[in-house]
Design a protein around this ligand. Structure first.
Ligand SMILES: [Zn+2]
Length: 192
């Protein structure tokens, strides 16, 4: 049976190399952490989801945001050859890209603040140096990355995340993304 293990490792190595090389070329997957030997191993976004329709829907929203397949005004403008404006239709103040949607749009401030409070509370309850972690995530401009895929290796020097931290943060940030998605969809529907 040794050949089976050898083949499995070779396939895993192939996909790891291929996806990592695509990642350097494609800005669309810059938020996604490609794990060591990823073949056959589900990403944490899928791994920590219960079997309920609601949970799967939430994970789907997050997966789309991480892989940049969640359509925002910036994408609509790009795909229309800039015939459509990239301006956020909710606040009308800035280009609507992933960062604007998740961290900046004033129209989503109330729901964002509610969820951010829970995430900050989690960090405070689990880390003695929580203030420095929150500060560094903001100063080093990696807070968006932390929300989208906290397992990314480049974040490890800021906060050492154990498996259960990654699992719990995944749940909190899944709720965060879905909360903003639900509010944005409701506001867009009202505008029609
Ligand atoms: Zn906006």
């Amino acid at each position: 049976m040794k050949w089976k293990t050898t083949v499995k490792h070779a396939i895993g190595k192939f996909w790891e190399t291929k996806w990592n090389s695509e990642k350097t070329e494609k800005s669309t997957i810059k938020f996604l952490d490609i794990k060591h030997s990823p073949f056959g191993k589900p990403h944490q976004i899928c791994k920590n989801v219960s079997n309920t329709v609601l949970d799967v829907t939430k994970a789907e929203v997050k997966a789309k945001l991480v892989t940049r397949t969640y359509t925002l005004q910036h994408d609509k403008s790009k795909f229309s050859g800039h015939k459509e404006s990239d301006l956020c239709t909710l606040c009308g103040l800035c280009k609507e890209d992933t960062k604007h949607f998740l961290l900046e749009c004033t129209a989503l401030k109330d729901i964002r603040d509610k969820h951010l409070l829970k995430i900050e509370q989690y960090i405070r309850n689990n880390y003695s140096d929580s203030e420095s972690i929150i500060d560094r995530l903001e100063k080093e401009d990696v807070f968006l990355q932390f929300i989208l895929d906290s397992s990314l290796a480049k974040l490890h020097h800021i906060a050492k995340l154990k498996c259960h931290n990654i699992r719990e943060l995944e749940c909190l940030t899944r709720f965060f993304c879905n909360g903003l998605h639900t509010k944005r969809s409701a506001l867009l529907l009202r505008k029609k």
